[in-house]
Design a protein around this ligand. Structure first.
Ligand code: PEP
Ligand code: MG
Length: 325
């Protein structure tokens, strides 16, 4: 199958009727960018920076982080590199930060909440990202946003560190984009407000599905609810895309659902602009996108969005997919 997919290397990512989509890859380490390039990804849509912290006995310094981000930017040779700032807590433990155990870590002190409270840690990362932005198209992405205050605070910090660099004579990209990871129901409900503040959106369907359905995918008893085919999750995603498009910002998706061949026509119908998937899924995703016209995808989406249950949605999407091969 990989052999058959090879013919999609070097092709543009377009729908069957020629609408261009961005097709990026998710990575966890700078070296992974080489695989992304091998699979012809057009950029990095999610660099999960926790791995830099998880693998280290001490908190990585600004210089160590700068080296990692710069290396990634150089490997990608000017293509977009969306770097997510530290997303710890929940399922991601980072020993070197010595976080306290919480009764409910998914609802707790994690991701942007932690970073805004620990400005010493966040400053190191944001300064490293800004310095690396002089070497490529680095973009900053903020995880687990729930309200406008958080993105405003991040933007204020970015501005403050730019001023520090102006005084120090250090180069950075003054137009660096700051985007929001859309992965909480709160963010989805105020997507219009967030779209007015953010430079781009990227939908984190892994967390968005869990939080919307209030179901932990690691819990066997409730796993049946953890399902992106649920109408609640699909409506949420549609709203995020519509609000982002109405504001004229890029809307991408970097959760697992971006690579789900059954769901890709829905994302096309909703107007998703960027897909970020694991390197091994890049070519298969390009092939799926190429298989749909926007009109056909919309006809399918109209039918599916009128359905009431996840299993009806799944069956309709499966049937539509089977009819094409
Ligand atoms: C997501 O939540 O969809 C996502 C891409 O982030 P992570 O899986 O790292 O939480
Ligand atoms: Mg997430």
């Amino acid at each position: 199958q990989q052999g058959e997919l090879k013919k999609f290397i070097g092709c543009a990512t377009v729908t069957a009727d020629g609408v261009h989509k961005e097709l990026f890859a998710n990575i966890g380490k700078p070296d992974d960018a080489n695989q992304a390039n091998d699979k012809d990804a057009e950029g990095i849509g999610l660099f999960r920076t926790e791995f830099l912290f998880m693998d280290s006995p001490t908190v990585p310094t600004e210089d160590q982080q700068f080296d990692a981000y710069k290396k990634t930017a150089l490997i990608m040779k000017g293509k977009p590199v969306i770097i997510r700032t530290l997303d710890i807590g929940g399922d991601k433990d980072v020993p070197c930060l010595g976080m306290e155990k919480e009764d409910n870590p998914f609802m707790g002190f994690r991701a942007i909440r932690y970073c805004l409270a620990r400005e010493d840690v966040y400053r190191t990362q944001l300064r490293a990202l800004l310095r690396a932005s002089a070497f490529g198209d680095i973009r900053i992405m903020v995880p687990l946003v729930t309200c406008v205050d958080e993105i405003r605070q991040v933007k204020a910090l970015v501005k403050r560190y730019m001023e520090e660099f102006d005084r120090e004579g250090v180069e950075y990209n003054p137009d660096i984009q700051v985007g929001v990871m859309m992965e909480t129901p709160a963010a989805a409900l105020v997507a219009d407000l967030l779209a007015a503040e953010a430079d781009f959106f990227s939908i984190g369907t892994n967390d968005l599905t869990g939080y919307t359905m209030a179901a932990d995918r690691g819990n066997d008893r409730v796993r049946y609810l953890y399902n992106t085919y649920n109408p609640a999750v699909l409506r949420s995603i549609r709203n995020i895309i519509e609000c982002g498009n109405a504001a004229g910002i890029m809307v991408g998706m970097c959760g697992e659902a971006a690579a789900d061949p059954l769901l890709i026509p829905l994302w096309i119908a909703f107007g998703l602009g960027e897909f970020s998937v694991s390197a091994t899924s890049v070519l298969a995703t390009r092939k799926e996108i190429f298989g749909w016209t926007v009109e056909d995808a919309k006809e399918l989406a109209d039918r599916v969005m009128a359905m009431s249950t996840a299993s009806e949605v799944y069956e309709a999407l499966q049937a539509a997919h089977d009819a094409r091969i």
